[in-house]
Design a protein around this ligand. Structure first.
Ligand code: SAH
Ligand code: ZN
Ligand code: ZN
Ligand code: ZN
Ligand code: ZN
Length: 438
C-alpha cells in the first residue's frame, strides 16, 4: 500500500507536473524508503516516473527528463484548439467530422489522414455543446475513471446551486455539470450561472476557450497552462458584483484523499485571497462528491464538512445507479461545508427532513433514539449495538472476539496499522467492512 504525502518542496516533475512523495508502508521496518511517483497516474503503464527521494540525479538525466516532459504534452496547444473550433463552427454541417479514434474535431484538410479511422459526420451545434456525449469516457480505473453524472443527478446539483443563489461554479473534474451550465447559459436568457472547468482531460480544450476550461491536475494543484491559467482561475473566484462561488468536485475514487485535500485547500486559499470582501473567517463553499466510506478520511482534512444522504448516480457505471428496491444503491455522496439544513433533497425520491438532525435523510435512514441521530450511511436502516454503543450495518453482528461488530463470516485478526479507507484499526484496506458491499 502506498501513502500519499503531498507534493514536497522541490519535488521533481513528470509530464503531469510535480510528483508526489510516497512511502512503501508494506515494508517491515519503520519509515520505509521514500520515493517520488506520478501524482495523476497510479498505473505505471500510464506514467512510469520514479525517483528515490535521496537519489542523486545527474544534469544530463535532468535535461533528458525535461525534454521528455515537453514531448509528452499534447501536440496542439489550447489556443490552437480554440482557433480550430472557431473554424470548425463556420463549416456547413456536411463538412463537420469528428474522428472517434483520435477523439478530435477534423478540419477538411485533415480528412485524408483519418480516412481509415472511424468518424462521425454532421456534427451538430447541440453535439458540440455536449462534448461529454461525443467523447468516449476514459474508463481507465486507475488514472481517469471518468464516470459521468446521470441526468437526474446533474439536474439536481444545478437546481440546488440555483436555489441557493450561487452564480459561479468552479467545476473540478465535473465536465458534465460544466457542460449543462454552459449550454443553459447559451440558451436561456435569464440563466445567469457561469462555470469554469478544471480537468486533466485535455480533449475538452477542443470545445472550450481558456476562460471556460483549464487543463488541471487535482492531485498536485498543477495548471498545465502555467501562470496565465492559474490567473484565469483566480479571477473566476474573485466574486465581482457579489457573484457567489461554489466549488464542485468529483474526483476519481482511487484514494489519495490526502493529495486531493491538499489541492482543494489551495483552491480555497485562492478564493480567500481573491475575495474583495472579508473572507477571513469563511471557507469557499464546496461540494466534494465521493463514496460514503471515505467519510472519516474527508472529515479528517475538512472538519467543517458533513455528508449528505443524497445518492449520486452515474450513466456509465452499472453499480452506481440510483437504487429502486432490489437494485444496487450508489455509495457516492456529497460532502459539503454548507449548512446541512440548506441542502434540500428531493422528497419525490423518498428523502425526508429529520427535524432533530436538521437535515434531509434517505427514506431508510431511521433516527436512532440512543445515538440521537440518523445513523445510516448507506441508505439501509442500521441497528444499534449496545456493546459498541453505536449503530452498525444491518448485516453485522457483534463479535466478542474482535470486540466490535463485523460481518458474520469475518476472520478475526488484528492489525495495528489504521485502515487506509476508513482510518480505523483492526483490519487492512482489503478487508475494510466499509467496502464489503462491492
Ligand atoms: N461525474 C462527473 C465526472 C467525474 S469522473 C461528471 O459527470 O461531470 C472524474 C473526472 O475527473 C473526469 O472528468 C476526469 O477526467 C477527471 N480527472 C481524473 N484525474 C484527474 C486529475 N488528476 N486532475 C484533474 N481531473 C482529473
Ligand atoms: Zn435524525
Ligand atoms: Zn444508534
Ligand atoms: Zn457491536
Ligand atoms: Zn477499514
Amino acid at each position: 500500500a502506498l501513502l500519499g504525502l503531498g507534493p514536497g518542496a522541490g519535488a521533481p516533475s513528470c509530464p503531469h507536473g510535480p510528483a508526489l512523495l510516497f512511502v512503501k508502508t508494506s515494508q517491515e521496518k519503520e519509515g520505509g524508503r521514500r520515493f517520488y511517483a506520478c501524482s495523476a497516474c497510479r498505473d505505471r503503464k500510464d506514467c512510469n516516473f520514479f525517483q528515490w527521494e535521496d537519489e542523486k540525479v545527474s544534469e544530463t538525466r535532468l535535461a533528458a527528463r525535461e525534454e521528455y516532459n515537453r514531448n509528452h504534452q499534447p501536440s496542439l496547444t489550447h489556443r490552437q484548439n480554440v482557433e480550430r473550433y472557431q473554424n470548425f463552427v463556420l463549416l456547413p454541417l456536411s463538412k463537420r467530422r469528428f474522428c472517434q479514434e483520435c477523439q478530435q474535431l477534423l478540419l477538411p484538410e485533415e480528412w485524408e489522414k483519418h480516412l481509415d479511422h472511424q468518424f462521425l459526420c454532421d456534427i451538430s451545434t447541440a453535439q458540440l455543446k455536449s462534448p461529454s456525449q461525443l467523447l468516449y469516457p476514459l474508463e481507465n480505473k486507475k488514472t481517469n475513471a471518468q464516470y459521468l453524472f446521470a441526468d437526474r443527478s446533474c439536474q439536481f446539483l444545478l437546481k440546488l446551486f440555483t436555489d441557493l443563489g450561487f452564480r459561479r461554479v468552479l467545476s473540478v473534474g465535473t465536465p458534465r455539470l460544466h457542460e449543462m451550465i454552459q449550454s443553459k447559459a447559451s440558451q436561456e436568457e435569464d440563466f445567469r450561472i457561469r462555470s469554469l472547468l478544471l480537468d486533466i482531460d485535455f480533449r475538452y480544450s477542443q470545445f472550450y476557450t481558456e476562460d471556460e476550461f483549464c487543463h488541471y491536475n487535482m492531485f498536485n494543484d498543477y495548471f498545465f497552462g502555467g501562470e496565465a491559467a492559474r490567473e484565469t482561475c483566480r479571477k473566476f473566484l474573485s466574486e465581482d458584483n457579489d457573484e457567489r462561488v461554489i466549488m464542485v468536485t468529483d474526483p476519481p475514487f482511487g484514494g489519495l484523499v490526502e493529495a486531493l485535500a491538499s489541492s482543494f485547500k489551495k483552491l480555497m486559499t485562492m478564493w480567500k485571497e481573491a475575495g474583495k470582501e472579508d473572507h477571513d473567517n469563511k471557507e469557499m463553499p464546496m461540494f466534494w462528491i465521493f463514496p460514503y466510506f471515505f467519510e472519516s478520511r474527508i472529515l479528517d482534512f475538512f472538519p467543517s464538512f458533513s455528508m449528505m444522504d443524497y445518492q449520486v448516480d452515474y450513466d456509465n457505471h452499472a453499480l452506481y445507479k440510483h437504487g429502486k428496491k432490489g437494485r444496487r444503491q450508489s455509495p457516492v455522496r456529497i460532502f459539503t461545508n454548507l449548512t446541512p439544513s440548506m441542502i434540500v433533497l428531493p422528497v419525490e425520491e423518498g428523502y425526508r427532513f429529520c427535524t432533530i438532525c436538521q437535515r434531509y435523510v434517505s427514506s431508510g435512514n431511521q433516527h436512532c433514539e440512543i445515538c440521537n441521530s440518523c445513523t445510516s450511511k448507506d441508505g439501509r436502516p442500521w441497528k444499534h449495538c449496545m456493546l459498541c454503543k453505536k449503530c452498525v450495518k444491518p448485516s453485522w453482528f457483534h463479535c466478542s472476539n474482535c470486540n466490535c461488530c463485523a460481518l458474520q463470516n469475518h476472520i478475526c485478526e488484528q492489525t495495528d496499522a489504521a485502515c487506509f479507507v476508513c482510518g480505523k484499526a483492526g483490519h487492512k484496506r482489503s478487508a475494510c467492512p466499509s467496502l464489503s458491499h462491492t
